[in-house]
Design a protein around this ligand. Structure first.
Ligand code: NAD
Length: 429
């Protein structure tokens, strides 16, 4: 396969490198509206072709079969629709789109064409999400009762992200409603329990900072809220609490599941403390287990063991969210990806790239496909509407699950976590 990047900004860089390294990718090309970024990407990654816009790339490089969307977040929906219209597979950085209409159109086009669509949801591969998915699916937790997850990222830390490509009025885009970027928090919890949201009530925190980002008239959405908290009624009857905060005095962790309670067992997390508890309803003796050895990164656990870690700083250090955790099955990755230097976002990037390539080259359905992505995104769109109506309970439109007969990308799950460290040879190498 050959992939063309739309956007060669900050976030694209890691992904250009990984797609180029992948054994099943023949060529990577880039397009950006800023010529300097095209030149830089071509130079850094030794690319042969670069273009001045997405449209030019579509016209001049018809042999490119897949498009990677790494443009600013509010542009993803229209770009994905244009790429699908052109008959291309689509990998899109989060989110899938910012309106219900865009998202509906994407799911309909993917169904009609059979093309691959995958949203690059980093948090789906976060150790806490994988741990909760596997533990929940094992049945040990029982039926889902209640869970909490969140994405905390202070807007002050993102001034650069928005001003980089946003021009003199970058605040107008920076003020996007927090719940219009819900996929990190929602994907972790919803994918763990394999349910979707039916109803929502959401409250917003009305911002009063003087940085001219949030408030009526200040941004493209007239959004007054820097922080939003939503309660969702889930399809299985349980309740999920999601926080999307952009003005908040917490540094790390930023995207994590605080708790997932089932009728029989529970996962709880506080910074780097991860525990599993078995409750009385399990019929077995209740117990508590520290599962940090699976969920914290391997480097963190090593340094903890060696006594070289200062918990005051290190437990919230970026250093310890860069790297694989034991629960992440490195053995399923192409060999070249297994020992890549640490990437941010818990080394989720190699998994994202490999899943998309597997889907395109086999025609199978990837995780975080169009229907999964719709179920991560639409609840946020409606949650913001509810916040504007002071918490009114609102129904959430559901576009359904992926077609049952579309075979999914699968991997063998190993039942021995000790072996999930990686370092295996696999058939596909
Ligand atoms: N954890 C995560 O999942 C995560 C983390 C960071 C960023 N992101 C997402 O990645 C995306 C990119 O982030 P970034 O920080 O690199 O943004 P950026 O602003 O640095 O880069 C975006 C680039 O897209 C280009 N672009 C826009 N429209 C284009 C078009 N029509 N043709 C060609 N180029 C076009 C712009 O010129 C710009 O250079 C964002 O949507 C962001 O939400 C996701």
């Amino acid at each position: 396969m050959k992939i063309g990047f739309v956007g060669a900004g900050f976030f694209a860089d890691d992904f250009i490198k990984l797609f180029k390294m992948h054994p099943d990718v023949e060529e990577v090309v880039v397009a950006d509206l800023e010529p300097e970024r095209v030149k830089r990407a071509m130079r850094r990654h030794g690319l042969k072709r670069g273009f001045s816009s997405f449209e030019e790339m579509l016209k001049e490089a018809p042999d490119v079969d897949s498009i990677g969307i790494f443009a600013q977040r509010h542009l993803h929906g229209p770009l994905a629709i244009r790429a699908l219209e052109a008959g291309k597979h689509v990998y899109s950085a989060v989110p899938i789109g910012c309106t219900l209409e865009e998202i509906r159109e994407i799911t309909e086009m993917v169904k009609k064409t059979g093309l691959t669509y995958m949203m690059g949801e980093t948090c789906y591969y976060y150790p806490c999400a994988i741990y909760c998915r596997e533990k929940y699916r094992s049945g040990e937790m029982g039926k889902f009762v209640y869970g909490e997850s969140q994405y905390y990222h202070d807007i002050c830390e993102m001034y650069g992200d928005f001003s980089r490509s946003g021009g003199p009025n970058w605040q107008r885009v920076a003020g996007i409603p927090p719940m219009f970027y819900p996929t990190h928090s929602v994907s972790m919890l919803f994918s763990a329990i394999d349910e979707y949201a039916l109803k929502v009530s959401c409250m917003g925190y009305r911002d009063n900072n003087e940085d001219n980002i949030y408030g009526v008239g200040k941004n493209n959405w007239d959004n007054p809220f820097s922080n939003e908290t939503a309660l969702f009624r889930m399809s299985g009857g349980g309740v999920a609490r999601i926080n999307e905060f952009r003005r908040i005095g917490i540094n790390k962790p930023s995207s994590y599941i605080t708790c997932l309670y089932g009728e029989k067992g529970a996962y709880e997390c506080s910074v780097t403390s991860h525990t599993f508890q078995r409750g009385v309803a399990s019929g077995e003796e209740p117990y508590l287990e520290d599962v940090g050895h699976l969920v914290n990164t391997i480097d963190y656990n090593e340094d903890l063991k060696n006594g070289t870690l200062d918990p005051r700083h290190d437990s919230i250090s970026v250093k310890y969210i860069e790297g694989f955790a034991r629960i992440q099955d490195r053995s399923r990755l192409p060999k070249k990806f297994r020992n890549v230097p640490n990437y941010s976002h818990y080394n989720s990037h190699p998994f994202l790239v490999d899943d998309f390539v597997r889907a395109v080259t086999t025609g199978k359905l990837p995780p975080n496909n169009a229907w999964d992505s719709a179920r991560y995104m639409i609840p946020g769109l409606i949650a913001h509407e509810s916040a504007l109506r002071n918490g009114e309970v609102m129904d959430i439109p559901d576009l359904g699950g992926a077609p049952e007969d579309w075979e999914r990308v699968t991997y063998e799950l190993k039942d021995n976590y000790e072996d999930m460290n990686g370092y295996y040879e696999t058939d596909r190498l």
